[in-house]
Design a protein around this ligand. Structure first.
Ligand code: NAP
Length: 348
């Protein structure tokens, strides 16, 4: 392997463009090739991002390319399993977009293939590569907010034209839970450092049967609770809150923190305070803002985290266990909300 990880990008849609753009800030990665269903789109993609890269019509041809070490898989959810397995069989490492598959059993099959092939497979939850989240995890571990008791998140946006959008399609394993609820679930599990023992979700569904708005709850051991709202037809604050018995953390932009001036606040108590005797002063400030500079684009950080795994053998930020547990929780939430994909009703 060369000194820089040579990336092949599979699919030329929305996130593929963001990743290719981010790669320009990577310290250890190079955009080497792209594949699309059409030559025209593959060519347009490399012309935009790197004219030296190869453009392939058909994803198979990318897997045949000897100059590619790792695949960034940016296809619709229902295509993740098959193309990840093919890529691993072709001897490529794979960074697969979230959610890694339709369900946990597909995800398990993908990691099984990674073991057989001796290659790295990681789910692309890029937000966790931002130093903002490393700082928050450190603060919580140091006891800054005491024992975490509740987590509250939201991730919503409004799609103006759902027609043809993969997120609104049951065949593409779409839906709000899969598209953005997966972040809320991952965040809640990450910051409680636990797996839910019970979940519940209630959804508004479209005519195709996927959820376009979901509110969910997760009950963790020790009665730690998490709640979230995700939706694709509305606006929300998209903030996250981690609440402990000594204070709480507010993260205004948790999912795609900016490169510069990413912030979170450490808060101690909100009015009305029931724990403070009349006339006494609370120790320390009520609210402290912490500012973090990532220095490089989010997708560059993600690519370099992946390079450290593939090239140096470092453990991934998003481990196999994390991904499988996240998918199991999504399966249970979808079950609760009554959202099923093709083949799942018969228990496949
Ligand atoms: N991490 C993040 O920040 C983030 C953000 C958005 C999405 N995602 C994830 O990334 C994946 C792709 O999302 P996206 O927003 O990039 O979607 P998108 O804009 O629709 O792009 C998907 C690409 O997949 C290819 N494709 C192959 N078969 C297709 C089919 N039947 N229908 C539609 N596209 C097909 C197309 O590329 P070609 O025409 O070039 O073959 C298309 O451009 C999803 O798994 C999504 O959850 C992650």
């Amino acid at each position: 392997m060369t000194e820089r990880l040579r990336w092949g990008i599979m699919g030329t849609g929305n996130i593929a463009n963001q990743f290719a753009q981010g790669l320009t800030g990577s310290l250890r990665g190079t955009f080497t090739a792209a594949a699309s269903r059409t030559q025209q789109s593959a060519r347009g993609f490399i012309e935009k991002h790197n004219q030296q890269a190869s453009a392939f019509e058909g994803y198979d041809r990318l897997l045949d390319c000897k100059d590619v070490d790792a695949i960034y898989l940016a296809l619709p959810n229902h295509m993740h399993m098959d193309w990840t397995i093919k890529a691993l069989q072709a001897g490529k490492h794979v960074l697969c977009e979230k959610p890694i598959a339709n369900n946990a059993s597909q995800a398990a099959a993908m990691f099984q293939q990674a073991k057989v092939s001796g290659k790295v497979l990681v789910e692309a939850f890029m937000y966790r590569s931002h130093p903002l989240h490393h700082a928050i995890a450190r603060h919580i571990a140091e006891g800054a907010i005491g024992k975490v008791q509740a987590v509250r998140t939201s991730f919503c946006f409004k799609v103006n034209n759902p027609q043809g959008n993969i997120r609104f399609s049951r065949d593409c394993a779409g839906g709000a839970l899969m598209d953005i609820g997966c972040y809320c679930v991952n965040f809640s599990r990450h910051y409680t450092q636990a797996e839910p023992v019970a979940v519940h979700a209630t959804s508004k569904r479209n005519a195709d049967g996927v959820d376009i708005l979901t509110t969910g709850s997760m009950h963790f051991p020790d009665d730690v609770l998490a709640s979230f709202t995700c939706g694709m037809t509305l606006h929300a604050d998209n903030a996250a809150y981690i609440c402990g018995d000594e204070g709480y953390i507010t993260i205004p932009i948790p999912w795609k923190p900016p490169v510069e001036n990413a912030t979170y606040t450490l808060n101690r108590g909100t009015p009305p305070r029931m724990d403070q005797a009349r006339g006494t002063q609370a120790a320390g400030p009520m609210c402290q803002e912490i500012v973090i500079d990532a220095k490089r684009p989010l997708y560059a950080l993600e690519a370099d985290d992946f390079a450290a795994v593939a090239m140096d053998g470092k453990p991934p930020t998003i481990t196999e266990a994390d991904t499988l547990a996240n998918m199991r929780t999504l399966d249970h939430l979808r079950e609760s909300a009554g959202v099923h994909f093709a083949g799942e009703e018969s228990g496949q």
